[in-house]
Design a protein around this ligand. Structure first.
Ligand SMILES: Cc1cc2nc3c(=O)[nH]c(=O)nc-3n(C[C@H](O)[C@H](O)[C@H](O)COP(=O)(O)O)c2cc1C
Length: 187
Protein backbone atom coordinates (compact mmCIF):
# COMPACT_ATOMS: atom_id res chain seq x y z
CA UNK A 1 0.00 0.00 0.00
CA UNK A 2 1.19 3.46 -0.91
CA UNK A 3 2.26 5.37 2.22
CA UNK A 4 0.09 8.42 1.55
CA UNK A 5 -2.94 6.19 0.88
CA UNK A 6 -2.30 4.45 4.20
CA UNK A 7 -2.14 7.81 6.01
CA UNK A 8 -5.39 8.99 4.42
CA UNK A 9 -7.38 5.76 4.71
CA UNK A 10 -6.48 4.48 8.19
CA UNK A 11 -9.51 4.89 10.48
CA UNK A 12 -10.25 4.29 14.14
CA UNK A 13 -12.06 0.93 14.03
CA UNK A 14 -14.76 0.29 16.63
CA UNK A 15 -16.33 -2.89 15.27
CA UNK A 16 -14.29 -6.05 14.77
CA UNK A 17 -14.77 -9.50 13.29
CA UNK A 18 -14.47 -12.44 15.71
CA UNK A 19 -11.44 -13.65 13.74
CA UNK A 20 -8.32 -13.70 15.94
CA UNK A 21 -5.23 -11.81 14.78
CA UNK A 22 -2.42 -14.16 13.80
CA UNK A 23 0.63 -14.06 16.12
CA UNK A 24 2.94 -13.31 13.19
CA UNK A 25 0.85 -10.25 12.28
CA UNK A 26 1.09 -9.01 15.86
CA UNK A 27 4.86 -9.42 15.63
CA UNK A 28 4.88 -7.71 12.23
CA UNK A 29 3.14 -4.57 13.50
CA UNK A 30 5.35 -4.42 16.61
CA UNK A 31 8.41 -4.72 14.35
CA UNK A 32 7.05 -1.76 12.36
CA UNK A 33 6.37 0.17 15.58
CA UNK A 34 9.98 -0.06 16.69
CA UNK A 35 11.20 1.50 13.43
CA UNK A 36 9.95 4.85 14.76
CA UNK A 37 12.54 7.52 15.55
CA UNK A 38 13.42 8.01 19.21
CA UNK A 39 15.11 10.81 21.06
CA UNK A 40 18.77 9.89 21.60
CA UNK A 41 17.93 6.52 20.03
CA UNK A 42 16.81 5.28 23.45
CA UNK A 43 14.02 3.07 22.04
CA UNK A 44 12.28 3.50 25.41
CA UNK A 45 9.31 1.19 24.92
CA UNK A 46 7.87 -2.13 25.95
CA UNK A 47 4.79 -3.92 24.63
CA UNK A 48 2.02 -5.90 26.29
CA UNK A 49 -0.10 -8.08 24.00
CA UNK A 50 -3.49 -9.31 25.23
CA UNK A 51 -5.20 -11.93 23.04
CA UNK A 52 -7.23 -13.50 25.85
CA UNK A 53 -10.65 -12.10 24.93
CA UNK A 54 -12.27 -12.80 28.30
CA UNK A 55 -9.39 -11.08 30.09
CA UNK A 56 -9.56 -8.15 27.68
CA UNK A 57 -13.31 -7.73 28.23
CA UNK A 58 -12.79 -7.83 31.98
CA UNK A 59 -9.97 -5.22 31.77
CA UNK A 60 -12.35 -3.03 29.75
CA UNK A 61 -15.06 -3.32 32.40
CA UNK A 62 -12.58 -2.42 35.12
CA UNK A 63 -11.26 0.54 33.12
CA UNK A 64 -14.82 1.78 32.59
CA UNK A 65 -15.68 1.47 36.30
CA UNK A 66 -12.53 3.40 37.16
CA UNK A 67 -13.38 6.14 34.65
CA UNK A 68 -16.91 6.48 36.00
CA UNK A 69 -15.65 6.68 39.58
CA UNK A 70 -13.09 9.37 38.80
CA UNK A 71 -14.72 11.49 36.06
CA UNK A 72 -15.56 15.00 37.06
CA UNK A 73 -17.90 17.18 35.03
CA UNK A 74 -15.11 19.66 34.53
CA UNK A 75 -12.64 17.08 33.25
CA UNK A 76 -11.87 16.81 29.56
CA UNK A 77 -13.82 13.53 29.54
CA UNK A 78 -16.83 14.81 31.50
CA UNK A 79 -19.00 14.66 28.37
CA UNK A 80 -18.41 10.92 28.14
CA UNK A 81 -20.19 10.02 31.40
CA UNK A 82 -23.46 9.14 29.68
CA UNK A 83 -21.75 6.96 27.08
CA UNK A 84 -19.67 5.16 29.70
CA UNK A 85 -22.76 4.60 31.86
CA UNK A 86 -24.60 2.69 29.15
CA UNK A 87 -24.57 -1.04 30.04
CA UNK A 88 -23.97 -1.92 26.40
CA UNK A 89 -20.86 0.28 26.09
CA UNK A 90 -17.64 -1.71 25.76
CA UNK A 91 -14.45 0.28 26.22
CA UNK A 92 -12.59 -2.28 24.06
CA UNK A 93 -15.41 -2.84 21.54
CA UNK A 94 -15.13 -6.67 21.78
CA UNK A 95 -11.85 -6.49 19.86
CA UNK A 96 -9.85 -9.71 19.63
CA UNK A 97 -6.59 -8.16 20.81
CA UNK A 98 -4.93 -5.20 22.49
CA UNK A 99 -1.35 -4.05 22.08
CA UNK A 100 -0.30 -1.67 24.82
CA UNK A 101 2.80 0.42 24.24
CA UNK A 102 4.50 1.49 27.47
CA UNK A 103 7.28 3.97 28.01
CA UNK A 104 10.19 2.51 29.95
CA UNK A 105 11.06 5.96 31.33
CA UNK A 106 8.75 8.62 32.78
CA UNK A 107 10.01 11.65 30.84
CA UNK A 108 8.03 13.40 28.11
CA UNK A 109 10.37 12.37 25.30
CA UNK A 110 9.95 8.68 26.09
CA UNK A 111 6.16 9.10 25.86
CA UNK A 112 6.53 11.03 22.60
CA UNK A 113 8.64 8.18 21.21
CA UNK A 114 5.87 5.73 22.14
CA UNK A 115 3.29 7.87 20.32
CA UNK A 116 5.42 7.70 17.17
CA UNK A 117 5.66 3.93 17.56
CA UNK A 118 1.89 3.80 17.95
CA UNK A 119 1.30 5.65 14.68
CA UNK A 120 3.74 3.33 12.89
CA UNK A 121 1.89 0.35 14.33
CA UNK A 122 -1.52 1.65 13.28
CA UNK A 123 -0.36 2.40 9.72
CA UNK A 124 1.41 -0.96 9.37
CA UNK A 125 -1.72 -2.72 10.62
CA UNK A 126 -3.84 -0.85 8.11
CA UNK A 127 -1.39 -1.84 5.37
CA UNK A 128 -2.04 -5.55 6.04
CA UNK A 129 -5.82 -5.24 6.36
CA UNK A 130 -6.07 -4.89 10.12
CA UNK A 131 -7.92 -2.16 11.98
CA UNK A 132 -6.81 -0.41 15.14
CA UNK A 133 -8.17 2.05 17.67
CA UNK A 134 -6.27 3.92 20.37
CA UNK A 135 -8.31 3.67 23.57
CA UNK A 136 -7.46 6.69 25.68
CA UNK A 137 -10.40 5.93 27.95
CA UNK A 138 -8.47 2.95 29.33
CA UNK A 139 -5.32 4.86 30.03
CA UNK A 140 -5.89 6.10 33.56
CA UNK A 141 -6.89 2.64 34.83
CA UNK A 142 -3.90 1.05 33.09
CA UNK A 143 -1.64 3.47 34.89
CA UNK A 144 -3.16 2.55 38.30
CA UNK A 145 -1.51 -0.19 40.38
CA UNK A 146 -4.52 -2.50 39.65
CA UNK A 147 -4.18 -1.96 35.90
CA UNK A 148 -0.42 -2.41 35.97
CA UNK A 149 -0.82 -5.59 37.98
CA UNK A 150 -3.48 -6.99 35.61
CA UNK A 151 -1.42 -6.33 32.49
CA UNK A 152 1.94 -7.19 34.08
CA UNK A 153 3.26 -3.66 33.45
CA UNK A 154 6.42 -2.99 35.50
CA UNK A 155 5.82 -0.34 38.16
CA UNK A 156 8.31 2.07 36.56
CA UNK A 157 6.83 1.82 33.04
CA UNK A 158 4.16 4.23 31.83
CA UNK A 159 1.10 2.99 29.90
CA UNK A 160 1.05 5.30 26.86
CA UNK A 161 -0.84 3.77 23.93
CA UNK A 162 -3.55 1.12 24.41
CA UNK A 163 -4.22 0.01 20.81
CA UNK A 164 -7.00 -2.37 19.85
CA UNK A 165 -6.21 -4.49 16.82
CA UNK A 166 -8.36 -6.82 14.75
CA UNK A 167 -10.06 -7.36 11.42
CA UNK A 168 -12.53 -4.53 10.75
CA UNK A 169 -16.21 -5.49 10.55
CA UNK A 170 -17.28 -2.03 9.38
CA UNK A 171 -15.81 0.50 6.96
CA UNK A 172 -15.79 4.03 8.39
CA UNK A 173 -15.75 7.36 6.61
CA UNK A 174 -13.05 9.81 7.59
CA UNK A 175 -14.18 12.38 10.16
CA UNK A 176 -13.65 15.74 8.45
CA UNK A 177 -10.44 17.49 9.39
CA UNK A 178 -10.41 21.11 10.57
CA UNK A 179 -8.31 23.31 8.33
CA UNK A 180 -4.84 23.47 9.88
CA UNK A 181 -3.75 26.74 11.43
CA UNK A 182 -0.46 27.49 9.71
CA UNK A 183 1.93 30.27 10.55
CA UNK A 184 4.27 30.63 7.61
CA UNK A 185 7.39 32.64 8.11
CA UNK A 186 8.70 33.49 4.68
CA UNK A 187 12.08 34.91 3.85
C1 LIG B 1 -4.89 9.72 22.20
C2 LIG B 1 -6.13 9.12 21.58
C3 LIG B 1 -7.12 8.61 22.38
C4 LIG B 1 -8.26 8.02 21.82
N1 LIG B 1 -9.19 7.43 22.64
C5 LIG B 1 -10.25 6.81 22.11
C6 LIG B 1 -11.16 6.08 22.93
O1 LIG B 1 -11.00 5.98 24.15
N2 LIG B 1 -12.22 5.47 22.34
C7 LIG B 1 -12.44 5.54 21.00
O2 LIG B 1 -13.42 4.97 20.53
N3 LIG B 1 -11.57 6.21 20.17
C8 LIG B 1 -10.50 6.83 20.70
N4 LIG B 1 -9.58 7.45 19.88
C9 LIG B 1 -9.80 7.49 18.41
C10 LIG B 1 -10.25 8.87 17.95
O3 LIG B 1 -11.56 9.12 18.39
C11 LIG B 1 -10.11 8.95 16.43
O4 LIG B 1 -8.77 8.80 16.08
C12 LIG B 1 -10.64 10.29 15.90
O5 LIG B 1 -12.03 10.37 16.07
C13 LIG B 1 -10.33 10.49 14.40
O6 LIG B 1 -10.82 9.39 13.64
P1 LIG B 1 -9.85 8.56 12.68
O7 LIG B 1 -8.79 7.92 13.57
O8 LIG B 1 -10.72 7.51 12.04
O9 LIG B 1 -9.24 9.49 11.71
C14 LIG B 1 -8.43 8.02 20.42
C15 LIG B 1 -7.41 8.55 19.60
C16 LIG B 1 -6.28 9.08 20.16
C17 LIG B 1 -5.18 9.59 19.26
Amino acid sequence: MNLVDAIYHRRAIRNYLETPVEDEKIRFVIAAAIQAPTAMNRQPWSFVVVTDRAALASFGDRARAHMLATLTESSLLGDYRQMLSSPSYRVFYNAPALILICATAPDAMAKQDCCLAAQNLMLAAHGIGLGTCWIGLAQSWLQRPEGKDALKIPADHVAVAPLLIGYPATAYAAPPRHPPHITWIEG
